[in-house]
Design a protein around this ligand. Structure first.
Ligand code: GUN
Length: 284
């Protein structure tokens, strides 16, 4: 039977550590502030943004919420981002994605000051990650590595297979695993024999957005399975990309959905906000 990796528990540990740092900074007269922008009323985004605000409250991070209408123009949004870039009292800026189709996500992300890019999506953050320099790492990939480390799962020398090559998860998590000395293979929709590759994995990261796609015959006995999916099953119930019941008998460890990677994303966002302040203080 696989060990169930408890993301909820580990994310609480991280948030408690962040909280201590936030309060230590407060004693020195330094506040940590995150600005969150949501354009429109996408229901999933509203839930995510709500969870981010709650985590800010828990950790003592001040959150500034900008809930602006769907009709906001790209120019108006860029103006708001620029005004937040210039504010000394704002340490992190997060623009919730997706944006309405009349706004270029890329333009908006690149407009965020690299020093406040707590999502780690800016070219400068991605570039730093790819050449092994310090910088903001996007939250879900950082959360995955943290889960593995806190469960004492060795990455060094292991066969790591990532399914999915998105800019938000697949590519950065592949780079992070490489940085930890894993042997990394990134699979995607053009991979010819997916099963042949995934069966080699000691650590399998699944981020494809297909409900319960990965079953026991895709995995090696004892493999560690990290499920990044947030899907709905045939009954509309939240599930992951991995068929949890199917892999349970064969895997060594597995993350559940919900309660696995999801809570880690928010904990790492809080961590990035503190990192932003620490970086600024070091430069002074
Ligand atoms: N939408 C879904 N996930 C994310 C995320 O991690 N950051 C932002 N900004 N938007 C998202």
């Amino acid at each position: 039977m696989a060990v169930i990796i408890d993301g909820k528990k580990i994310s609480k540990e991280i948030k408690d550590e962040v909280r201590e740092k936030v309060f230590a900074l407060k004693e020195k007269g330094v506040n940590v502030t995150l600005a969150v922008i949501q354009v429109g009323n996408d229901p999933a985004s509203t839930v995510y943004v709500g969870n981010k605000k709650k985590a800010c409250e828990y950790t003592g991070i001040r959150s500034l919420a900008y809930e602006i209408p769907e009709e906001t123009t790209e120019e108006e949004l860029l103006k708001l981002v620029n005004s937040l870039n210039e504010r000394e009292d704002v340490d992190g800026i997060l623009v919730q994605l997706p944006l309405p189709s009349h706004i270029s996500e890329d333009k908006v992300i690149q407009a965020i000051s690299p020093g406040k890019d707590v999502d780690g999506f800016h070219l400068q953050s991605v570039g730093a990650l790819s050449i092994g320099q310090p910088g903001f790492v996007s939250c879900t990939p950082a959360g995955i590595i943290e889960l593995l480390k806190r469960y004492n799962i060795q990455i060094d020398g292991k066969e790591c297979v990532v399914i999915g090559r998105s800019n938000i998860v697949g590519k950065p998590v592949s780079m992070l695993l490489l940085r930890e000395n894993g042997t990394v293979t990134t699979c995607h929709s053009h991979t010819t024999d997916l099963k042949e590759v995934t069966r080699r994995a000691d650590i399998l990261i699944v981020a494809i957005g297909k409900a319960k796609f990965i079953t026991a015959d895709y995995i090696k006995e004892g493999a560690v399975i990290i499920d990044v999916g947030m899907d709905r099953d045939e009954n509309g119930k939240l599930c992951g990309d991995v068929d949890f019941d199917s892999v349970m008998e064969k895997a060594g460890a597995v993350t559940p959905v919900p309660g696995g990677v999801g809570p880690m994303t928010i904990a790492m966002l809080m961590n990035n906000c503190v990192y932003s302040v620490e970086r600024k203080l070091q430069e002074q």
